[in-house]
Design a protein around this ligand. Structure first.
Ligand code: ADP
Ligand code: MG
Length: 387
């Protein structure tokens, strides 16, 4: 089932005596989720993710805009008429019912023509339980299950009617780290097997990036960017998106562009050839220059000098932690492959930059300024000892 959200807006009336302005939880949100895909709806706490999901499910009504499932507008349909499955962070199982009864519950509530025979219901419940691999827990009560098992039951219950759209609101937040990893792989497997169009809400960028076909990054009720996880990571439209994706986070510096060269803290670090829009040839201006941690190359004669604070060994990679006066954050984090056995002893470390990992942003609008790094810079960066 294709899902289209068109100019969706949700305002809550202000309750405060001083602050009379409405809270705009979701602001003119337009997203298209193709049939059978998993969309990760990603953003910091309070940015409007749950509200968006509640509008899609029908638990809340929008102030404006439309919701379309396939070729049917569902904006004002009640939740039970939308053909959705819902999973929340806190599982929300009925504690006095067994696992089997919990999974059967949505089927037993079917009315009129949709009502099923008991044997059919049981068959469907067993199929849903098999999908999430909890067949041997059917007679237990939720209190006798681990968090991960409870969440599987909640997923089975959401799937038992084979919904056209599956909506998951931070379903892994209550699980410990290992179980979170395992369960997210499970969700992806189930989604691929059933091909149910799925919207997965999370504040965890790694989680969203790892399981989504598409992500939509939200901030303050507004969608900032949508696209495949890799594309959004590689081509962030604005500083917010660049900062929200990636661990360690992107390093942001005060930069300056002068005659086609990017300077950080007075050091000329990259030759730029302008690729249309924003900067003109020979442009001069203050920018935010953001460098992904994997965009640094340790290089004796590298143009960017930073003061070494330490080295964190991560196994496969090492993180060179340093400081630079032009950095917005107290520390600059550069991820270098451990195999390179880099010599990082001196008080100063020097880097050259991988042009594809450097982004420039307008200091006022924080929008991306496109550029192409000069070819000679790329050749310089590819010096054999640094690859
Ligand atoms: P998220 O799920 O991304 O953390 P929410 O959708 O829950 O964000 O909330 C978005 C914004 O709307 C927040 O500022 C929140 O305080 C506000 N909000 C959510 N529900 C209500 C409500 N029932 N009444 C007033 N404000 C609300
Ligand atoms: Mg929420």
């Amino acid at each position: 089932m294709e899902v289209i959200l068109q100019n969706l807006t949700k305002k809550y009336p202000s309750r405060g005596k001083k602050l009379r302005e409405d809270v705009i939880a979701v602001n003119d949100l337009t997203i298209h989720i193709p049939d059978g895909k998993l969309m990760g709806l990603l953003g910091p706490s309070g940015c409007g993710k749950s509200t968006t999901l509640n509008l899609i499910s029908g638990l809340q009504k929008p102030t404006g805009g439309k919701i379309i499932f396939g070729d049917q507008e569902v904006t004002y349909l009640p939740p039970e008429s939308r053909g959705i499955g819902l999973v929340f962070q806190n599982y929300a199982l009925y504690p006095h019912l067994t696992v089997k009864q919990n999974i059967l519950f949505p089927l037993e509530n079917l009315k009129g023509k949709s009502r099923l025979f008991k044997t059919e219901m049981l068959k469907k419940a067993c199929e849903a339980a098999a999908l999430v691999q909890i067949e041997d827990l059917m007679d237990r009560k939720p209190g006798e299950l681990s968090g991960g098992q409870q969440q599987r039951v909640a997923i089975a219950r959401a799937l038992v009617k084979m919904p056209g759209v599956l909506l998951l609101d931070e379903p892994l937040s209550n699980l410990d780290a290992r179980l979170r990893l395992q369960t997210r792989e499970e969700i992806r497997r189930i989604q691929k097997e059933t091909k149910i169009t799925t919207i997965f809400v999370t504040h965890d960028q790694e989680e969203a990036m790892s399981i989504s076909d598409l992500i939509a990054v939200m901030n303050a009720g507004v969608v900032q960017q949508t696209g495949s996880p890799q594309d959004v990571y590689d081509n962030p439209d604005n500083l917010f998106v660049a900062r929200f994706l990636g661990t360690p986070p992107i390093n942001v510096f005060e930069g300056q562009v002068k005659n086609g060269t990017l300077y950080i803290g007075g050091d000329p670090v990259l030759d730029l050839v302008h690729a249309g829009g924003g900067l003109s040839e020979g442009a001069f201006g203050q920018v935010y220059a953001a460098v992904r941690p994997e965009g640094f190359i340790l290089s004796e004669n590298g143009p960017l000098a930073c003061r070494l604070s330490g080295v964190e060994v991560m196994g496969r990679d090492i993180t060179v932690v340093s400081t630079n006066k032009a950095s917005l954050a107290p520390k600059v984090r550069a991820v270098i492959s451990a195999e390179r056995q880099a010599d990082v002893s001196g008080p100063l470390v020097r880097f050259s930059l991988r042009p594809a990992k450097v982004f420039l942003f307008d200091k006022n609008t924080e929008k991306r300024i496109p550029f192409q790094a000069a070819i000679r810079q790329q050749i310089g960066a590819c010096h054999e000892t640094h690859l």
